[in-house]
Design a protein around this ligand. Structure first.
Ligand code: ADP
Length: 450
């Protein structure tokens, strides 16, 4: 096992990893920017190192600074959380070159899945169904027009290096295609330094269903069921649940086994998520994330498996502690992302939390790094807290979620709590009857203003 783990992240995920390390008895190091000197993760860690000024590129993304923090403190492993350096293959390699373990997949798998075109090719090779579209990158407008005609409009232009819902353009008609390609290329170049784009059929009413995976890097891999993350705004997840209201046990087992088999073939190491769109009973691969995800707690709640423990164990070279038959699903879990944003305009609302009361009681979990009097800095993402609720059934889970949302107080800043309070009362949500465009349609018809 590791002697000391450095957590190269901040906010709720740094707290989540810190808690796991404390339970495992592993000493911890926090790193922080000057803007985060008072942050909760800094207070909770055994040691802390300031790694730079507020801008993430100068601190949390600054590889030499993170490496220096490892050397100063003698940390022999780094947990990258999500975002920041978590999907940077070069970072994982550099750590390796300095005899520091990266708690994550092998660099070649990070690289492979980081290029969405290569990821899709790999999925096809491994027998995973993909969204119809171009086989590789698009090199000319003519080629794009030909493929778009074949798959049928509307189509989606996507960036090979895309992430966080950026670099995507929906194209409704052939006339719009050429413009969309050049805008998408320019945006992708600016955001990711890579202008490669590809085409996909734009699905009209799919659900976003993703499978959680765990591998030991030696050819053993299992799946931990699915999460339904169809409630999204601007391709960003807002609410996630497990199990999906749209799947039955047979469908879950089938898709889960398909991806677990693919991970065994790859000899995948660590946690990972294969994301699909699901329409008319069929799955279509969109991408794989080679890290822990924001919404991992819903899986933990229905399986009783601590994903961070497992991630640390396999990174230290241990074999999987579980067989597929050991994974038992029970009850239902829902996560609400409470963002520091205006609930109608979604404008970020950083600032001081004047009053804070976290909900409690049976089946209620809060993952956050906030406290009363804490000031949410303007430099990072706006996720303030994740409320995760578990119940024996989906109905019980919704009853409990409604109560927990009503109990929660986060004053002084604007938050998306009112959005979640409205969602939990909507008939379609209560019925589990929603798809990836549902939330945008609800907002467009003034669902939050009434
Ligand atoms: P990112 O890496 O930027 O998150 P993804 O490929 O994971 O991009 O897609 C994010 C979201 O965008 C999906 O959950 C879905 O809502 C939407 N999306 C992606 N591909 C398609 C598609 N082919 N048709 C319709 N919506 C899509």
């Amino acid at each position: 096992m590791f002697d000391k783990i450095l957590i190269a992240n901040r906010g709720e995920i740094a707290m989540r990893v810190l808690r796991a390390c404390k339970e495992l008895g592993i000493p911890t190091v926090a790193v922080h920017s000057t803007a985060d000197a008072d942050a909760m993760h800094v207070r909770f860690a055994d040691e802390s190192v300031c790694i730079g000024p507020p801008a993430a590129k100068d601190s949390y993304l600054n590889i030499p600074s993170v490496l220096a923090a490892c050397e100063i403190t003698g940390a022999d492993a780094v947990h990258p959380g999500y975002g920041f350096l978590s999907e940077n293959a070069r970072f994982a390699e550099i750590l390796g070159e300095h005899n520091v373990h990266f708690i994550g997949p092998k660099p070649e798998h990070i690289r492979l899945m980081g290029d969405k075109i290569e990821a899709k090719r790999t999925a096809v090779r491994l027998g995973i169904p993909v969204v119809p579209g171009s086989e590789g990158g698009i090199s000319s407008d003519e080629e794009a027009a030909k493929i778009a005609r074949e798959i049928g409009f509307p189509v989606l232009v996507k960036a090979a290096a895309g992430g966080g819902g950026r670099g995507m353009k929906v194209v409704q008609t052939p006339e719009e295609l050429s413009n969309a390609l050049s805008t998408a290329r320019a945006e992708a170049k600016a955001a990711f330094g890579d202008d490669a784009v590809y085409l996909e059929k734009y699905l009209q009413r799919p659900r976003h269903i993703e499978i959680q995976l765990l591998g030991d890097g030696k050819g053993n891999a299992i799946h931990l069921g699915e999460r339904d993350c169809s409630l999204q705004r601007r391709h960003q997840k807002v609410w996630e649940e497990s199990p999906s209201p749209a799947l039955n046990t047979a469908a879950r087992d089938a898709i889960g086994e398909t991806v677990a088999k693919a991970m065994r073939e790859l000899e995948y190491l660590g946690v990972g998520t294969v994301e699909f769109l699901y329409e008319d009973g069929k799955f279509f691969f969109i991408e794989m994330n080679t890290r822990i995800q924001v919404e991992h707690p819903v899986t933990e709640m229905v399986t009783d498996i601590d994903l961070i423990f497992e991630q640390i164990r396999v990174a230290a070279g241990a074999p999987l502690s579980l067989k597929q038959s050991d994974v038992k699903f029970h009850g239902h879990a829902i996560e609400c992302r409470i963002n520091a944003e205006n609930p109608v305009s979604f404008r970020p609302s950083p600032g001081r939390i004047q009053h804070y009361h976290a909900p409690g009681g049976l089946g209620v979990r809060m993952d956050s790094a906030i406290y009363q009097g804490y000031s949410i800095p303007p430099y990072y993402d706006s996720l303030a807290a994740k409320l995760i609720v578990h119940g024996k059934t989906r109905t019980e889970c919704l009853m409990r979620l409604k109560r927990a949302l009503d109990e929660m107080v986060m004053d002084g800043i604007e938050t998306t709590l009112p959005l979640h309070r409205a969602l939990v009362r909507e008939a379609d949500i209560i019925d589990g009857n929603y798809h990836i465009h549902w939330l945008e349609q609800f907002l467009a018809r003034g669902g939050m203003e009434s």
